[in-house]
Design a protein around this ligand. Structure first.
Ligand SMILES: *Cc1c(COP(=O)(O)O)cnc(C)c1O
Length: 386
């Protein structure tokens, strides 16, 4: 019996092996000293702290975003929560957009206040007003959290002006799940830490749940301590799937960017469609910001039908190409009627205040579908009502 791992027959495979190990061994006391105490040779210790497959995908993610460092997490939410817990302390004040991802808002409103964090929330529907409100808190803020584009309206933020408004010392985090590279490079615009639900475009196959934080080295080291300690980690196989997906990120984004423009233009021309929210259309209220910040507009389109909730449900029910499901960035096209999914608990008044009429539909284009098939499907479904 040997305690050592068997020697690989050869080690020149182009793709690195995927590591699944809960623990890592040392040859002798000298090796422990070098690998664990002095860090003079790279060595693993225990599966909660590190894994060679994570490290490889993290290095690729840093290259992708132009970051000093990156960390992978069990989910997008795990990345967000770890970031906020590591960067905030009692007495800190933060700003976030009212249009942020619902569970991120829940973290700010229901978890962080338990630890003495004060939360200010402003709408980004009017980007100037968001900047004005944020600037008025200058000197008091520790962190500003942004997200763009927002769902379902794809609102954008003048990120560089937020940085100007708060000064250099405030940490800016940005949820870029809807706009990964090459569509948007958050760190080039004064953002310190970019957060992703890798479940969406980064992994892009609808088959894993994962999260990523990339950014300034000192912040990444703070997050690393929290991840080591609290354990919101992924495993080697998930990291491998993410690593493999990154090879096709650019191809997939280019594909959904092209599909998105084509389908959005079709919808905008349809008489039953009252409004289309897509950053690539000049009718989008934040089109100018889109031109400034985005290199592509992605595969998610929100549109409002000139119909009741019931009629809208009939249209959505008649669609044959998309699955009725919440997600985006997957190979399959997905559709959700917003007031049946994300906002099903909202009253009429709440829906009005967030600008989501009952005829709102969110379509997430899947790169494996044919654009002409999707348009034809929308056409038959829309023509079936009235
Ligand atoms: C999905 C999503 C998240 C949460 O990510 P999970 O991987 O589901 O935990 C956060 N922000 C945005 C914008 C998302 O779309």
């Amino acid at each position: 019996m040997t305690k050592r791992r068997s020697e690989d027959a050869y080690t020149n495979s182009i793709e690195s092996p995927t590591y699944q190990s809960a623990s890592y061994y040392f040859d002798d006391a000298e090796h422990v000293k070098a690998g664990l105490h002095d860090l003079s040779v790279p060595a693993g210790r225990y599966g909660r702290y590190s894994n060679p497959t994570w490290i490889e995908v993290e290095n690729k993610l840093s290259e992708l975003s132009g970051a000093d460092g990156s960390l992978v997490f069990a989910s997008g939410m795990a990345a967000h929560v770890t970031a906020f817990l590591s960067l905030l302390k009692e007495g800190d004040e933060v700003v976030l957009p009212s249009e942020s991802y619902r569970q991120v808002r829940n973290v700010f409103h229901h978890i962080l206040p338990k630890f003495g964090v004060t939360v200010h929330e402003f709408s980004i529907r009017d980007p100037e007003k968001f900047i004005e409100n944020t600037a008025a808190l200058r000197g008091r803020l520790r962190l500003v959290h942004l997200e763009m584009p927002s769902s379902p309206h794809m609102y954008l933020i003048d990120v560089a002006r937020v940085r100007e408004a708060v000064g250099p010392d405030v940490v800016i985090t940005l949820d870029s799940s809807f706009s990964p590279p090459p569509n948007f490079y958050a760190l080039q615009w004064g953002v310190d830490l970019v957060l992703f639900s890798a479940t969406k475009y980064l992994s892009g196959h609808g088959d894993i749940v994962a999260g990523v934080a990339s950014g300034r080295g000192d912040l990444i080291e703070k997050l690393r301590w929290y991840r080591d300690t609290t354990g919101p980690i992924t495993d080697g196989n998930t990291a491998f799937l993410l690593r493999r997906s990154l090879y096709t990120l650019r191809l997939r984004m280019e594909r959904v960017n092209a599909m998105g423009l084509e389908v959005a233009r079709y919808l905008e021309s349809h008489p039953s469609v009252a409004r289309v929210y897509y950053n690539g259309l000049s009718s989008h209220p934040h089109f100018k910001l889109a031109q400034q910040y985005l290199n592509g507009y992605g595969g998610v389109i929100t549109f409002e039908l000139d119909m009741t909730e019931q009629q809208t449900a009939q249209v959505v029910d008649r669609l044959r190409v998309p699955f009725m499901a919440s997600n985006f960035g997957a190979p399959h096209t997905l559709v959700e009627q917003s007031t049946f999914f994300t906002y099903f608990e909202y009253s009429d008044r709440e829906l009005e205040s967030i600008g989501v009429p009952r005829g709102t539909v969110r379509l997430a284009l899947g790169y494996s579908n044919d654009t002409a098939d999707i348009i034809q499907d929308l056409d038959q479904a829309l023509s079936s009502v009235r």
